[in-house]
Write a protein that binds this ligand. Structure first.
Ligand code: DC
Length: 219
């Protein structure tokens, strides 16, 4: 199976890039952030305190959380419902970052991610794909950009969805989430030593996509 790892902080453009690479190569795309978001959604919905790992573990054991592909598109299905439309709010972003620090959550979701990688040719985007989930992946990229530029993109994205938030609040939350994701003990956000670094601060998607595809085609 061809596995391509694309890691990086929030707002660096990794999911847009990963989706475009998957489309170009006609292979699957796995948004691993959506899996942590779906777990956070499940916790908030059932009123479980994310600080209480035993309660989160019990909750995870009692729900049916699956990744499925419908017409090639990833869905996160929680007890029979596709929750993809509900997990991209600022509240879920923060909760996902918090819940992703819990070992019981990471163990379960990393296993699901490895299973998808065993089954399909797939581009995975996340924080720890190259370092922890698939350390032997043949292709690894670490995509980043200046925090101000990442916040500007996220602010525009939220506005387009009708979520009105001050730019400074978006920037603060993003820095907080970066710090949270980089400082956790288990599989923190980190560039794998053998990953190719791409700084997208001054690049548009087309330029980044061309660079990545050309590296992949060189094999
Ligand atoms: O990529 P995203 O913003 O949708 O991810 C949401 C949160 O999930 C992120 O703040 C940290 C966590 N996450 C993770 O810990 N490991 C991954 N592979 C992907 C996401």
């Amino acid at each position: 199976m061809i596995n391509i790892a694309i890691d990086g902080p929030a707002g660096a453009g990794k999911s847009t890039l990963a989706k475009a690479v998957a489309k170009e190569l006609a292979i699957h795309y796995l948004d691993t952030g959506a899996m942590y978001r779906a777990a956070a959604y499940a916790a908030l919905k059932s009123g479980v305190d994310i600080g209480d790992e035993a309660a989160v573990a019990r909750m995870l054991g009692s729900v049916d959380l699956k990744t499925v592909y419908a017409e090639g598109e990833q869905q996160m299905v929680l007890d029979g419902v596709n929750v993809m439309p509900y997990i991209r709010t600022p509240e879920i972003s923060t909760a996902a970052s918090d819940i992703s620090a819990l070992p019981c959550v990471r163990h379960k979701l990393v296993e699901m991610q490895r299973e998808v990688a065993r089954q399909y040719d797939v581009v995975l985007d996340g924080r720890d794909i190259g370092t922890f989930v698939l350390p032997d992946a043949p292709y690894k990229f670490f995509v980043t950009a200046d925090a101000a530029e990442r916040a500007r993109r996220r602010h525009a994205e939220l506005r387009a969805k009708g979520i009105d938030k001050e730019y400074n609040d978006v920037l603060d939350e993003m820095l907080q989430r970066d710090a949270n994701d980089s400082s956790r003990t288990l599989a923190p956000l980190k560039k794998a030593e053998d990953a190719i670094l791409i700084d997208t601060t001054h690049m548009d998607l087309d330029a980044v996509l061309k660079a990545v595809i050309s590296i992949l085609r060189q094999g």
